[in-house]
Design a protein around this ligand. Structure first.
Ligand code: GLA
Length: 391
């Protein structure tokens, strides 16, 4: 970590001239343990912040310029614009994430009175579904709050502003989960969040003799954003059909039994399957959090497995490579649970693996995936870290 900061300091100094008055920040990535595609259905999610994430060095400028640099996209060089001239459809490349947050802050009444310069570096694998974009959004929010003393802005506000920016500046109609986990994460805890009310609780993740291992398929299928938005509208359609027979506000308002009794009201068969996932996954998440609090890791793992099957068959957001990783995981004795995590159509699986089986797990996954797809998966044994802020 300190090694990243030292490197970034040298780069900042070269690009922007010295390090006087600079400040340092970190913002995590996230992994969702269970509760997938429930956050735009008024359901529960159970993500945690990672110790992988994005580092930044920043300082205010005396003029109106915003100057942004990412060591991950060094070819793009320094992106420079005036704080008073942010275009909704500008071609900013990676910098659309921080610029969108400056734009969103202004929309929320937090206009900045001078420019700033910021250099970033992230160690979250790109396009992996571990929320590198939410990490940059919340990071930028934390930087702005600190540099301009927007003291009234809370962590939950940072999450909401990040989501607002992603929805309205970047055009992805995501829910609140990613930004919330990144802003509000807590070391060694997952966040049990009710997305209907934003009430949340921290749950200690004590796995005793097991670890969380993320496997990156290194595939990202095209049309992810459009397929995501399509799932959202199918859920909205299901809700509207159900509202003709039930007095509910979201799919998160009903349990499995109520769904089964009333599902006939949903006209389209595919839409019915989507709604089934949203309802069952929400209830599964509530049960999984209870299982974890009772130290029943085996049940927690079983619910993760059921979550995967539902995402694969009813929600249809998995893909061949991810299913292969989940199946291979299950061939290792000592794997307690395995599922796709994040938006889907590629990205990562999250696995709970007994420590004694870790070496076999890593070796087997690596070999089988390489043999079948001629590329290595990324395997990360991860720790749960804190949310975004100054370091
Ligand atoms: C993406 C979105 C989140 C959430 C997940 C699926 O990560 O950004 O809001 O909907 O997909 O659970």
């Amino acid at each position: 970590m300190s090694e990243y900061i030292e490197k970034l300091k040298r780069r900042f100094s070269e690009l922007f001239g010295g390090l006087e008055n600079t400040r340092e920040y970190f913002s995590p990535g996230r992994v969702n343990l269970i509760g997938e595609h429930t956050d735009y259905n008024g359901g529960h999610v159970f993500p945690c912040a990672l110790t992988l994430g994005t580092y930044a060095i920043a300082r205010r400028r005396d003029d109106d310029k915003i100057m942004l640099y990412s060591e991950n996209v060094s070819k793009a060089g320094v992106i420079t614009l005036s704080k008073d001239n942010i275009a909704l459809n500008g071609s900013y490349g990676w910098a659309a994430y921080p610029i969108g947050v400056v734009w969103a802050f202004e929309k929320q009444g937090y206009g900045i009175d001078s420019g700033f310069e910021m250099a970033l570096f992230g160690d979250i694998p790109n396009g992996s579904g571990l929320s590198s974009s939410a990490s940059i959004e919340v990071l930028t929010g934390a930087v702005l709050r600190d540099l301009y003393s927007f003291d009234g802005v809370t962590g939950v506000d940072l999450a909401k502003i990040g989501q607002y920016s992603e929805n309205n500046f970047n055009g992805v109609k995501c829910g609140i989960m990613d930004q919330f986990a990144v802003a509000m994460g807590k070391k060694d805890h997952a966040i049990f969040l009710d997305t209907a009310t934003l009430k949340y609780e921290y749950a200690p993740v004590i796995l005793e003799d097991a670890s969380i291992v993320i496997v990156n398929s290194n595939v990202k299928h095209s049309l992810v954003d459009s397929a995501y938005n399509e799932r959202r509208s199918q859920c909205a359609e299901a809700l509207s059909d159900l509202q003709s027979v039930l007095d509910i506000r979201t799919l998160g308002d009903i349990d499995e039994e109520t769904f089964e009794k009333n599902k006939g009201a949903i006209k389209d068969e595919t839409v019915r399957k989507r709604a089934k996932h949203a309802v069952y996954e929400n209830q599964r998440t509530i049960r999984a959090v209870k299982a974890l609090s009772e130290n029943d890791i085996a049940l927690f793992g079983k619910l993760m497995d059921e979550s995967h099957i539902s995402l694969r068959d009813d929600y249809e957001v998995s893909c061949e490579e991810i299913d292969f990783l989940v199946d291979t995981a299950h061939s290792v004795k000592g794997v307690i649970g395995s599922r796709i995590t994040g938006g889907g159509f590629g990205g990562c699986t999250v696995n709970i693996v007994k420590n004694e089986a870790l070496d076999e797990f890593k070796e087997k996954i690596n070999r089988a995936y390489l043999e079948k797809y001629s590329k290595e998966p990324g395997i990360y044994q991860v720790s749960i870290g804190d949310g975004a802020g100054r370091i």
